[in-house]
Design a binder for this molecule. Sequence first.
Ligand code: UD1
Length: 421
Amino acid sequence: MDKLAIIGGRPLYGDLRISGAKNSALKVMAACLLTADKLILDEVPDLADVRQLLVLLDNHGVKAERDGQRLTLDAGHISSTTAPYEIVRKMRASFNVLGPILAREGHAKVSLPGGCAIGARPVNFHLMAFEAMGAKIELEEGYVLAEAPAGGLKGAVVDLPFPSVGATEHVMMTACLANGTTIINNAAREPELTDLADCLNAMGGKVEGAGTSQITIQGVSSLHGAQHEVVADRIELGSYAMAVGATGGEVLLERGRRDLLGVAADILDECGLSLVDEEGGLRVSRWGTPTVSQSVVTEPYPGLATDLQAQFMALMSKGDGVATIKETVFENRFMHVPELCRLGANISVDGQTATVKGVPSLKGAEVMATDLRASMSLIIAALSAEGQTMISRVYHLDRGFERLDEKLRQMGALIERVKDD
Ligand code: UD1
């Protein structure tokens, strides 16, 4: 298993291209199952999670061809309507093949999902919505068995109890092939939702209101092929912006935009960073001034993304003042705290709130990545720490950050990937 060795203390400089969003790519890839024509996707990051979804799509008979950042998917014939446990358990987003297969083939059998260990992460909202659309849902030996009514799924009003990203995307895709109109109330508003809606509309779907709390989908009898470019990854963008905040320096994050970050952009301004939209990207800098502590709460977009919470904690770890960070989206998302403390951070946790007392300096140590986004917080802390940090279990990072060590080296960081014997 690979490790990352980082020697901290160097500011970051240069231009860096932000990859396509993992969380968007995974959903637009699943959307290929809605059409028998080819779906051409650009800016698809080459990540372990993307490769994992390709394994699942292959299981359903989808032919995939990759040419650089372009991925062409052809679901001309769906050879299997079953998504097996061995594949689905590795990544939660694979669950989102259920709706498209159900809508197109009339039935689907999909294992209940796995994914990062950051809380219970149920799929009850997804299933509730499909039942409202007329599907018969049964749970059997860890699998969801879904059956559409004889005339196909029908449009419905879906009131989500919480603006779940996965459930909103899943219902939006599925409703494209239902009879009649579906309305999703309390919909998630994340940029990935808008990106998926753009892709579905390019395929002939009739989706309106993506990016607002109410999305209306008028069902059509079939979707056709299309070409779509995946939006820039706002979590990669925010992570590198915070890395610059922690080390100082100036970086142009190409394809980045302030609006993708939601309130995180304003919070980082208040921390003493400068984030300026430019043609071609977002210029992020911090010169001289120390980072200022801020108290924050994670919330659905446009609130501070839960996927940036760990990185923000790393940024707050070194500096003057006290920050409180409240996690409201997932219940078990402070696994990075003991690891940050190994680097010298002073953090205490009480329920869903972490209190970070800034320290004058962090010191390199051996630490362990615990989940995808948490691991990025260790990178940020390590980049600003004195001496060497060795991070193990790097496979978590490889799931979601494309060419991470190469990109950081490009900005001047001292980081090497070492093979563990
Ligand atoms: C997606 C992102 C993940 C991000 C999260 C929140 C992908 C692949 N992953 O995850 O990186 O952290 O959005 O921004 O896009 N919930 C239920 N029942 C459901 C569905 C969700 O109770 O049926 C709860 C969850 O337990 C959680 C909250 O709703 O507490 C938000 O989850 P959700 O927005 O669905 O997250 P994901 O789509 O899984």
